[in-house]
Each structure stands twice: as structure tokens, then as C-alpha cells.
Design a protein around this ligand. Structure first.
Ligand SMILES: [Zn+2]
Length: 335
């Protein structure tokens, strides 16, 4: 696998990673030779991403958002009681849940945090976007995850899972409110979609209708895309503002990876690590860039040429041009 010299590395943007999931030393940030879009996921890590970006403005693009895996902690209405909130979500309107569900619920409840309201979530996001008003700060990570099961203790290893999933309607309400804010503030979106392609397509179609021309002012990156390649291509045909990013970390496990790279229009493809340590991001980006180069038959840069005809562009230059289009805010035309 080809490595890249520093003059090339400087042009790489990891569009989706979670560096604040692990301790970050000043030295690691100093040694980092690429730029990263650092995702936040729940109430506890928005400020970590904010601080990392404030300390490293040249290398970190902050992304603020509430991930689907943590949406059960968010209430759509004012919270009257913690237990009522979680009971409604996990046991539904069922007045008499099975003995097993009821006992799992009783064990889980004390381990869950006090819910916060969607209103608090939106004002927290708004505050952070105001702080980074002149940057490319994005909404992320947000999205939909149909099969995700809530763990007793998310931080335990191994994680013991409950049978409870988070109702998709609940996930959708929280996602849509966050994207509405992104459209209002012209922020791009890093979008997680797992095992619910049709619901994702329907939502994006609805948002396009609802926001009209404003929809085209933002970009949506379907991150670590796991959709069927044809579904993805159709989605990108209908939405000129939808990009796709791939990682070896997540996509490497699926046999769709090569087909997705092959099917994606060359100017709508981005790369990411989806990694959870800052030290691991560069290596994963280099891996996926090598794979993209092989499948798209693009050269791999061994040096950085200051000027080059488009026909001679290497993989890093092409993906960098896509990133620039992604953050430009210009309306993209169909090709
Ligand atoms: Zn992620």
C-alpha cells in the first residue's frame, strides 16, 4: 500500500471520525498531518469537540450533533419523569408488558441518564454553530439506525445489550429537527444510515420538498455508506447535494465496498476513517484512498504538483476537489 509524503498528506481531509472518544495529547495533534472532521454524538461530547477545534483550528473541523444511538436520552416534550419517558419509549403504550420486558426495563432504568429535551438539544447546537459562525463546522453525527439495541451500560466492555431498540419515529423527529436547523444555518450534514434505506430516501425527499431551494444550499454526506449501490446512485441523481463517504473501518467489513466506490459519481465521493483515536485516522484514510485509487483507476500521488491537468489528477487531488465542492455552498448541477 502506498504511503503519502507530507506535502500530499496536507491535502487529505478525513470527513468523519471520533477522536474525542479517546484521550488526545498535544503531541498527537502536533504530529497530525491531515485535517479531520471530528464528530460529536451526545450531550457529553459536544464541548469536547468544541474545545478540540478551538485549540486546533487549522486541523479540526468541528461537527456538532446527536447520534441516533443516543436519541433515547432525548425527550420530544418537557420531561415529567425519567421513568415515564423511558417507559413510553421502550415499552410503548403497552399497559401490561411481558414479565421479561418489565424486568429488563427495571434493571436498565437506573443506568440511564436523566433525559434532556429536544429543545435543549437544538439550542445547544445553535450555540455551538454561533461560536463557529465563520467556519465549515457541520452537523454530525446524526441519522437513523433501525437495528441498534440499547446497551445496559454503553461504556462497558463487552457491552451487554437489552432487547430494546429506539423507535424509528422517535429517531426521525430528532433527526429532522437537527437537519432543519442545519438548513436554517447553512450547515452541511454527516449522516449515519443503517438498515433503513427507504426511510432515509423518504426523509431526504421530504426535506427537499419542505425546504425548496434552501435544501440545495447545504450538502449531506452519507457516511460509511452501507446502502445498496443502486439505491445510493438513484439518491444522488435526485439530490445533487448528496455525497457519500467510505471507510475501511466500517465498509471494510461489507462486500459492498468495491461496488459502492465503482458506482459513485467521481465528483461525489469523499473519504473518512470513522476511527476513534486521532493517531489512527491517517492510516485509515490512506487505506481507503489506496482502494479508491485502485477501483477508480486514479493515480496515487508520490509528490504534490502545483498545477496539473484534470486528466492527470491523482486520487488525493480528486477527493480534495470533492471536499472543496462539498464545503463551497455552490449549487451543484447534474452531470
Ligand atoms: Zn461515526
Amino acid at each position: 500500500m502506498a504511503a503519502f509524503p507530507p506535502r500530499v498528506l496536507r491535502h487529505i481531509v478525513d470527513v468523519h471520525c471520533h477522536p474525542t472518544d479517546s484521550p488526545i495529547s498535544a503531541k498527537s495533534m502536533e504530529q497530525l498531518e491531515i485535517s479531520v472532521c471530528a464528530m460529536s454524538t451526545h450531550h457529553g461530547d459536544q464541548s469536547m469537540v468544541r474545545d478540540l477545534a478551538l485549540q486546533n483550528p487549522a486541523k479540526v473541523i468541528p461537527c456538532f450533533g446527536y447520534h441516533p444511538w443516543f436519541t433515547h436520552r432525548i425527550s420530544l416534550r418537557p420531561v415529567t419523569s425519567k421513568s415515564e419517558h423511558y417507559r413510553r419509549l421502550f415499552l410503548g403504550d403497552d399497559a401490561q408488558p411481558s414479565a421479561e420486558s418489565a424486568s429488563v426495563f427495571e434493571e436498565l432504568l437506573p443506568l440511564l441518564p436523566e433525559p434532556i429535551t429536544l429543545e435543549e438539544v437544538i439550542s445547544d447546537l445553535r450555540r455551538n454553530f454561533e461560536l463557529f459562525s465563520s467556519t465549515t463546522a457541520m452537523l454530525g453525527e446524526v441519522g437513523l439506525d433501525k437495528p441498534y439495541r440499547v446497551a445496559f451500560d454503553y461504556y462497558a466492555s463487552p457491552r451487554r445489550l437489552t432487547p430494546f431498540t429506539i423507535p424509528l419515529d422517535h429517531q426521525l423527529s430528532i433527526l429532522e429537527a437537527q437537519i432543519d436547523l442545519a438548513v436554517e444555518l447553512r450547515r452541511n450534514v454527516s449522516f449515519h444510515s443503517v438498515k433503513c434505506p427507504q426511510v432515509t430516501v423518504d426523509l431526504l425527499n421530504k426535506l427537499k420538498q419542505k425546504h425548496g431551494p434552501q435544501w440545495d444550499n447545504i450538502r449531506v454526506d452519507i457516511h460509511s455508506c452501507s446502502m445498496n449501490p443502486q439505491v445510493m446512485v438513484d439518491l444522488q441523481k435526485k439530490h445533487h447535494n448528496v455525497f457519500m463517504s467510505l471507510s475501511t473501518t466500517i465498509n471494510g467489513r461489507s462486500n459492498n465496498l468495491n461496488a459502492l466506490v465503482a458506482a459513485c459519481p467521481p465528483d461525489r465521493l469523499l473519504i473518512e476513517s470513522d476511527f476513534n483515536t486521532i493517531e489512527g485516522c491517517t492510516e485509515r484514510c490512506v487505506e481507503i484512498l489506496n482502494l479508491v485509487a485502485r477501483i477508480k483507476r486514479w493515480p496515487i500521488e508520490e509528490e504534490w504538483a502545483d498545477e496539473l491537468d484534470k486528466g492527470e489528477w491523482g486520487v488525493v487531488r480528486r477527493i480534495e476537489a470533492n471536499w472543496k465542492a462539498f464545503i463551497s455552498g455552490e449549487i451543484l448541477q447534474e452531470h
